[in-house]
Design a protein around this ligand. Structure first.
Ligand SMILES: *[C@@H]1O[C@H](CO)[C@@H](O)[C@H](O)[C@H]1NC(C)=O
Ligand SMILES: *[C@@H]1O[C@H](CO)[C@@H](O)[C@H](O)[C@H]1NC(C)=O
Ligand SMILES: *[C@@H]1O[C@H](CO)[C@@H](O)[C@H](O)[C@H]1NC(C)=O
Ligand SMILES: *[C@@H]1O[C@H](CO)[C@@H](O)[C@H](O)[C@H]1NC(C)=O
Length: 957
């Protein structure tokens, strides 16, 4: 398999740019450069005195042009570790008020140190020495390595303290310790000092206690720093070590306890690989043999492996106990995690190790034999363990060596597809106690989603052997999509092995034939669209199947945020793995894909499901036990349903647990239909059931949940459609109203005796209704329903704006027509009643009086208002939440009351007439046409129905 030259080029270039010069970058724990500084050398006599033990026997130093540049690169280091002797005189205070006191943080903050050579002076102190000036930054930080303040030598804010010390000194090379390079320097800085009125008892724990007061600074130039660099860096000599101590008397304010520094070799020092025989003793058998067969491995050539490894340097590996080898896993109280020695900082380790991650740094990779392309490669690196709560990118730039680091070195066997290494722990790697095996799986499956898998086992045997662990870089969103599509295309495939099980599950949960048929006829669900390329179609569908939404009871109206978020990402869909990257899939090819897939065919699919829960949960139940699931199965685009087999990580050996996964889980995901999405927001229903017996340790009770609104690619289209639909509906219904009024006209013309018996209250209310609508300039008949957040965010249907306006105005014109017609009706009724009075009253033909009608109508309306008050109350509360002035508030209440009254009048247009008919016991049976009453009732019912069916227009979160 050849990597495409284009791809290689793409990622080699940045490496060249970034690697050339080793200067402080954004990610380094170092004060920013102050370019105004002029470097002077005026402490030679003092240096000669303090460094005399080293100056007695320097090796001959070869001077050449680039020496200064080289020394700057090779002697500088960043983000190293430091420790201080505990003697009650810490060097920097730390303010930990950034963390809540009862926080469950796993670790203490880091102690970081950087040293940067600023100037190398050819004028040397004595024979075989070179003078230099450098700056050391030392401090404590919670989770950042970025310092922005260059004004002062000392920098302190909650969660971060840093001190800068300027040094002047000499560089020499010596024979000791198998060849050593050494810098002996004297420092000058302003040290933060403790005042007597601070509580001394708090200080014993090296300032870790809360220390909120800004300390006083005191000038001090009695600081000695000795840094030792091995002449040759190799597996056992990987560390730069240093010691800094105060030359002032103990007891002085400026005195501090001795400090020990460790850091790794910089990016540009030479590394010497060990001899062959050291390596050969380890890799005859591998603990991952079964897995390697199952996953099939990528057999990179040496040129490829180096690039792949370096490319994955920034990946974070999750770790797990190797239950197959160790049986029960580790005991909770041990301070070892695999070979790693957890420092005193680490407070808690759980059995699944999910609180920890591993990162590979400082990868050196060399092709063993350049002429023979298929030969093996030599690899060296450092594996660093860090708590998952820490920022991984910051962990990756740390360079100190400690019990949490494993220096590793070994060879890549291209014919086996396996990287086999030995590792030694910490600074003084005395022995090679660990064996590290890594391979690059070719195929992903429900049981394995890693692009890199590895194992760490102990070389020692017996009781003092370390518990074995497994590690892997899991392929998941978003790195899969954005960083590694090149790798997906060339080196990965998905191996669907659950299809049969998923089909059986699908058969089992099939609804009745009738429902299926009706569904297929009426509703559509997310499916492939008509596009040219198969790969593009699959990619769009994969996008449509993404779910990222809150779940749980909808208490938003009461001001509570939901507490659980669920995220489901499509890993592969049919032949497409990852996402469609135009650059990578330029030729449009998909390996092993059929020529075409029909739109309605069930598709193989694989996904990951993750529940993200609020740190403190008040109401909802926890989904911790199914927090992360690997899913694989079938998607049926005709029903919008996925039938999936899920696997979750477990830390117990049990029946049917393979590779630490419990895969006896059925998961069904149902997407809501696309047909109704313009009216009802799309959601998904997720059901998770364990297939185990209730007596089984790994059984859990079924979970069924519905999401809030999910993402919808065609959301804007749907909103527009709804707007047009509602405009048209308004016009239609208002036309019906106008038609009803007109028909009442002709009815009254034909039967003039009914005219006086038409209720004036009804007509007056209608006039009020229409005038109110026009004066208010509000939407007629019903309001469009949009959430506040939707209204606030800008959306535009610019091209449709005119059309929507036309719809709106047409509706209002119809309201105007209705207003004029009703007013004429009103006049007509008034006139005919006057005529009746003029003709005189007779017993049989009393003039109807509307006063009682009005009273009864008001009474009925009041009762109704009281009744609905409860319902409106919630709405009022919501309105009340906006910050408004008292005046505004009163106004708002009145507007609201008026609006409610308006709604009610609209809903019961014929009510006064019905009351009037009752009260007057008129002999005229129908003063108002039946169709008039029924028509308005129908409109009301339709509006209520529509309002209850539709969802608020909203954005998914
Ligand atoms: C650093 O830690 C604090 C406290 O835990 C946290 O609020 C902050 O977001 C973290 N910063 C980063 C960059 O992770
Ligand atoms: C130390 O620094 C201060 C302030 O920059 C300076 O006044 C003093 O002379 C320096 N001491 C030595 C020994 O260089
Ligand atoms: C590393 O170098 C030192 C000094 O040259 C040597 O003593 C040691 O054996 C080397 N280690 C390995 C693993 O080769
Ligand atoms: C190159 O590799 C082949 C096997 O792939 C081997 O037979 C041959 O001896 C190697 N040549 C050299 C110079 O190492």
């Amino acid at each position: 398999m050849k990597i495409q030259p284009l791809l290689l080029g793409l990622w080699i270039l940045p490496e060249l740019f970034f690697g050339l010069c080793y200067t402080a970058s954004f990610n380094d724990f170092a004060f920013p450069d102050d370019s105004s500084v002029v470097f002077t050398y005026n402490r030679s006599p003092e240096i000669e005195h303090q460094c005399r033990t080293f100056l007695s026997s320097p090796l001959e130093l070869k001077l050449y042009d680039d020496l200064g540049f080289q020394l700057k690169n090779e002697l500088s280091f960043f983000n190293g570790d430091w420790e201080q002797e505990i003697g009650g005189a810490p060097i920097v205070p730390f303010d930990d008020s950034d963390m809540p006191m009862d926080s469950s943080s796993l670790t203490s903050p880091w102690r970081l140190v950087s040293f940067e050579v600023k100037d190398v002076n050819p004028v040397h102190l004595s024979q075989n020495t070179v003078s230099l000036r450098g700056v050391l930054t030392i401090g404590i930080s919670r989770n950042s390595t970025f310092l922005s303040d260059s004004a002062s030598n000392f920098h302190m804010r909650p969660g971060m303290s840093a001190l800068r010390v300027d040094f002047e000194g000499v560089y020499i090379e010596r024979e000791e310790n198998g060849g050593e390079r050494l810098a002996c320097l004297l420092g000058n800085s302003t040290l933060p000092i403790r005042r007597d009125d601070d509580h001394v008892s708090n200080m014993e724990n090296n300032f870790d206690m809360t220390y909120k007061r800004e300390p006083q600074l005191m000038q001090n130039d009695q600081i000695l720093l000795v840094l030792r660099y091995p002449k040759v860096f190799n597996l056992t000599q990987r560390a730069i070590r240093g010691e800094m101590r105060s030359l002032t008397e103990r007891g002085n304010f400026e005195y501090f306890d001795n400090i020990y520094i460790s850091a790794q070799l910089g990016g540009h020092t030479n590394y010497q690989f060990s001899s062959e025989q050291l390596m050969s003793k380890t890799c005859d058998t591998t603990p991952l043999e079964d897995e390697m067969v199952e996953d099939s491995v990528n057999m990179f050539e040496s040129s490829e492996i180096c690039h792949v490894l370096k490319r994955f340097t920034k990946e974070f590996y999750s770790i797990a106990p190797n239950l197959k080898l160790s049986g029960s896993g580790r005991d909770d109280h041990s301070n070892r995690l695999g070979p790693f020695l957890l420092g005193r900082d680490i407070k808690a380790v759980d059995r699944s190790y999910k609180n920890f991650r591993l990162v590979m740094q400082n990868v050196r990779c060399e092709q063993e034999n350049l002429e023979n392309k298929s030969s093996d490669a030599r690899v060296s690196a450092v594996l660093r363990l860090y708590p998952a709560t820490m920022d991984g990118y910051v962990a990756a730039v740390r360079s100190g060596l400690s019990g949490m680091t494993l220096s590793v070195e070994g060879t890549w066997n291209s014919s086996k597809g396996q990287l086999c290494m030995v590792g030694c722990l910490g600074v003084l790697g005395s022995g090679y106690d660990s064996r590290i095996t890594m391979y690059f799986p070719r195929s992903l499956s429900n049981k394995q989603r890693s692009i890199i898998s590895g194992s760490i086992t102990s070389i020692k045997t017996g009781i003092d052997s370390d518990p074995p662990i497994l590690f892997g870089a899991v392929m998941r969103f978003p790195n899969l999509w954005f960083d590694h599509s090149w790798y997906c295309k060339s080196f990965l495939s998905y191996n669907y092995s659950m299809t049969a099980l998923a089909s059986a599950f699908k058969e089992r949960s099939q609804p009745s034939k009738l429902i299926t048929t009706v569904r297929q006829l009426l509703l559509t669900y997310p499916a492939m669209e008509d596009r040219e390329e198969l790969i593009g179609r699959l990619d769009f569908l994969a996008h449509d199947l993404y779910i990222g939404a809150f779940i749980g009871p909808n208490l938003l109206g009461y001001g509570h945020m939901p507490e659980t978020f669920v995220q489901i990402n499509v890993l592969s869909l049919g032949p497409l793995l990852g996402r469609y990257d135009h650059l990578v899939y330029r030729d449009g090819s998909l390996v092993g894909a059929p020529a075409d897939i029909s739109k309605s065919a069930a598709l193989n699919v694989s996904l990951d499901l993750v529940f993200i829960e609020a740190p403190i949960k008040l109401r909802e139940k926890s989904y911790n036990h199914v927090e992360k699931l690997y899913l694989e199965g079938l998607y049926d685009p005709l029903a919008g349903e996925m039938y999936l087999i899920g696997c979750r990580k477990v830390v117990v050996e049990s029946v049917n647990v393979e590779r630490g996964l419990d895969c006896l889980i059925d998961v069904k995901i149902e997407y809501s239909s696309e047909t109704t999405r313009w009216l009802i927001n799309p959601t998904a229903t997720i059901t998770i059931t364990s297939q185990r017996n209730e007596s089984d340790l790994l059984y859990f009770s079924p979970i069924s949940l519905q999401t809030f609104m999910i993402h919808d690619r065609k959301h804007a289209e749907h909103v527009l459609f709804r707007k047009i639909f509602e405009g048209a509906l308004r016009i239609l219904l208002q036309s019906v109203s106008v038609a009803l009024i007109l028909s009442q006209f002709s009815y009254m013309k034909k039967n003039s005796e009914v005219i006086p018996y038409v209720s004036l209250v009804m007509l007056a209310l209608q006039i009020f209704l229409y005038s109110y609508t026009l004066i208010n300039n509000s939407e007629i008949l019903f309001k469009s329903s949009e959430s506040n957040s939707y209204k606030k965010r800008a959306y535009s249907f610019v091209e449709y704006q005119t059309f929507l306006k036309v719809l709106d105005y047409t509706g209002k014109l119809l309201v105007l027509a209705a207003l004029i017609l009703t007013t004429r009706l009103f006049k007509l009724v008034l006139k005919s009643r006057r005529l009746l009075i003029a003709r005189g009253v007779s017993k049989s033909r009393r003039v109807p009086n509307d006063v009682r009608v009005l009273l009864v109508t008001l009474a009925v309306q009041s009762c109704w208002l009281m009744f609905t008050r409860l319902i409106q109350f919630g709405e009022m509360l919501n309105l009340g939440k906006d910050p408004i002035t008292l005046h505004g508030y009163v106004q708002q209440i009145w507007t609201l009351k008026l609006a409610i009254y308006f709604r009610m009048v609209q809903d019961f247009v014929p009510l006064p007439q019905i009351i009037a008919n009752r009260l007057w016991k008129t002999r005229v049976i129908n003063p108002v046409r039946k169709a008039y009453i029924h028509g308005f009732l129908m409109i009301t019912l339709l509006l209520i129905f529509y309002d209850n069916v539709r969802d608020r227009v909203d954005y998914p979160v």
